[in-house]
Design a protein around this ligand. Structure first.
Ligand code: MEV
Length: 299
């Protein structure tokens, strides 16, 4: 049965290992944050309208993505969309992926169809290209499945079952960054120095492969060390920033097993892997430098 309106939501995510190299087909690991959600309200309208506190440029992208969702779901409706997010947007937590997954879910509901999760992820990936140019698809995939994934661009995700829960302290630098711009700058730098960049991406691949094993065997000490190595490699491709460095240093000094930037970088969030009993101390240390710190448990 078709409906005139629908509400839907999708969750935030963290990239644990392998951001940027994921864009070039190397494996990466992402985990969902099911309790942090972005909600959309869709309803039939005479013209496309965005009812959300976003600028005209973002509103235009949202309308484009509604149109792509319409084409892929064989829907001819024009829609009004309202958006509310329970987590900061443009902070490396996957807000655009969550928006696109939520729109795909909501529009499917209005059309009275129930696409498989993999199809929702595919549709959201096509929509995500409007926001991020040449994304790998990792953000939309983890948001659609809401499970930890080992992801290789263009392939179905492999699910990771962590042997031990992960305690991750997340701290926002307070600086929004554009994934589209950072990904495009890394691409330009790689075009200029392909051997150097591909070498770094291959090193990141080794870190992601080992990281998966650590999650599956519960070797959190080594996983933390790998996160630190990944961060050093991400520094080499120049996606860190002074604010990120300050938070990473504070996390490590206060006893994190490892810390790194997450997502595109140049701002956004830092993640710190913590022993459960140390999470409060590490959070307190990060609060000295960040107004937005929270602890996520990944099962
Ligand atoms: C963004 O969350 C992760 C990046 O690797 C981009 C992508 O894979 O689409 C920076």
């Amino acid at each position: 049965m078709t409906k005139k309106n629908a509400e839907a939501s999708a969750c935030a995510k963290l990239i644990l290992l392998g951001e940027h190299s994921a864009v070039y087909g190397h494996p990466a690991i992402a985990v969902p944050l099911p309790s942090l959600r972005l909600n959309v309200r869709l309803k039939d309208a005479d013209s496309y309208q965005v009812k959300a506190p976003v600028g005209p440029e973002d509103a235009e992208k949202i309308i484009q993505s509604l149109k792509v969702a319409g084409q892929l779901l064989d829907s001819v409706r024009k829609l009004e969309i309202g958006i509310s997010s329970g987590f900061p947007m443009k902070a490396g937590l996957g807000s655009s992926a969550a928006l696109n997954v939520a729109i795909a879910r909501g529009l499917a509901e209005m059309e009275g169809i129930q696409p498989a999760t993999g199809r929702i992820a595919e549709i959201a990936y096509e929509m995500e290209k409007i926001f991020h140019g040449t994304p790998s698809g990792i953000d939309t995939t983890v948001s659609a499945w809401e499970k930890p994934i080992y992801f290789i661009k263009g392939k179905p995700p492999e699910f990771i079952k962590p042997k031990k829960p992960l305690t991750i302290v997340v701290a926002f630098t307070g600086i929004s960054s554009s994934t589209r711009e950072v990904v495009a700058e890394v691409r330009a730098a790689r075009d200029a120095e392909p051997e150097k960049y591909d070498g770094i991406f291959r090193d990141i691949e080794k870190v992601s492969e080992q990281g998966r094993k650590c999650m599956e065997t519960g070797n959190l000490d080594k996983l933390g060390m790998l996160m630190g190595q990944d961060h050093q490699l991400l520094r080499k491709i120049k996606v860190s920033s002074p604010e990120i460095e300050m938070l990473v240093e504070a996390a490590v000094k206060s006893g994190a097993l490892g810390a790194k930037l997450t997502g595109a970088g140049r701002g956004g969030c830092v993640i710190a892997l913590s022993a459960p009993e140390d999470a409060r101390r590490i959070s307190d240390a990060l609060r000295m430098h960040s107004g937005d710190v929270f602890v996520a448990k990944i099962q």
